[in-house]
Design a protein around this ligand. Structure first.
Ligand code: BDR
Ligand code: CA
Length: 309
């Protein structure tokens, strides 16, 4: 199995990313780190521990990292995720403690302790990952790859052309791209196929354990806000699709192409520019998700939920 660190900002769909990473047999979840994003850091670190508590995940350290982006002010997304970031279910008091280490210290400790390279999956703004690469260049060779949910080959969801995670910290994305570490972008063009239809929700709930019951309440809230905000009653469950890139077999199809991010646009800050047709003639620098086997993806999510508490 592949050792992974999950860096996230829970967030409904981040919770499912945690569960897929913890519950899929081809992944070995070594740490969870959190970042300010969907809501402030004090909520995201708490929510990550709630997600572990509900699912009976123990022995995975959870640490808090950057409260906000490298250069911009933090912009949050309560309109989708609720005031506490996990609107819907009543949240149990987490039994999992918050690790004393800072997120990047925990990441470095996990990388140093591993006898093989560790993958970093990021499902929020890339702030923590950028800080790790900036402050610990000695870690670069220990990172197998970085897989990120964010961006889009098409249009955005927070401005016409920018996706939320990219828009919150575009400077972090630019820094991570410049690092040369293998990078995979899983954007809205593919996550908008991971739709939580009534049938998907019913079959997750039918798993019948505590994780499934809590997950069903999360999905109910998430679909309601996606309907209100985007007119999408079958909310797209973005973040676990990034985790699915590393499962074997993977339901995600990737292409090697050129990815850049807009840092100066007047209307397009945070927009990702994906040169699928090679118009610019620049060297490819990223793998970009272009297709998803939707049925296989949901089967993996359900199986992971079933393996948890
Ligand atoms: C991304 O933004 C957040 O609201 C979700 O958790 C996901 O990571 C989708 O644009
Ligand atoms: Ca997220």
């Amino acid at each position: 199995s592949i050792p992974v660190i999950l860096d996230c900002d829970p967030g409904h769909d981040d919770v499912f990313a945690i569960w897929l990473a913890a519950g899929h047999p081809s992944l070995d979840l070594r740490a969870i780190t959190t970042v300010g994003g969907n809501v402030e850091l004090r909520f995201t670190e708490y929510n990550a521990r709630v997600a572990c508590t509900v699912a009976g995940i123990s022995g995975v350290p959870v640490a808090a990292g950057a409260a906000g982006p490298l250069e911009r002010e933090l912009e949050t997304a309560e309109w989708i995720h609720g005031e506490n970031g996990l609107g819907g279910p009543e949240l149990p008091e987490p039994t999992m403690p918050l690790d004393e280490r800072d997120a990047t210290t925990l990441m470095a400790d996990v990388l140093l302790a591993s006898d093989e390279p560790v993958a970093i999956i990021a499902t929020g703004p890339l702030t923590n990952v950028a800080i790790l690469l900036r402050d610990r260049p000695d870690m670069v060779d220990r990172i197998r790859e970085i897989v990120w949910m964010g961006g889009s080959t098409e249009r955005g969801n927070v401005t016409p052309y920018a996706e939320f995670n990219s828009w919150v910290d575009p400077h972090a994305l630019a820094a991570v791209l410049a690092s040369g570490v293998r990078f995979t972008m899983v954007g809205l063009n593919v996550t908008h196929r991971a739709l939580v239809t009534p049938a998907v929700r019913a079959s997750i709930e039918a798993v019948g354990n505590a994780t499934a019951a809590f997950g069903g309440e999360l999905l109910e809230f998430f679909c309601r806000t996606n309907d209100e905000v985007f007119g999408l009653p079958d909310g797209p469950l973005h973040d676990p699709v990034a985790v699915a890139v590393l499962t074997d077999p993977s339901p995600v199809t990737l292409v090697h192409t050129r990815l850049d991010v807009e840092l100066t646009g007047t209307e397009t800050l945070g927009a990702t520019s994906v040169d699928l047709d090679g118009i610019l003639g620049r060297e490819p620098n990223a793998w970009v998700a272009v297709d998803l086997d939707v049925a296989a993806f949901w089967a993996d999510v359900e199986a992971a939920v079933a393996r948890l508490a």
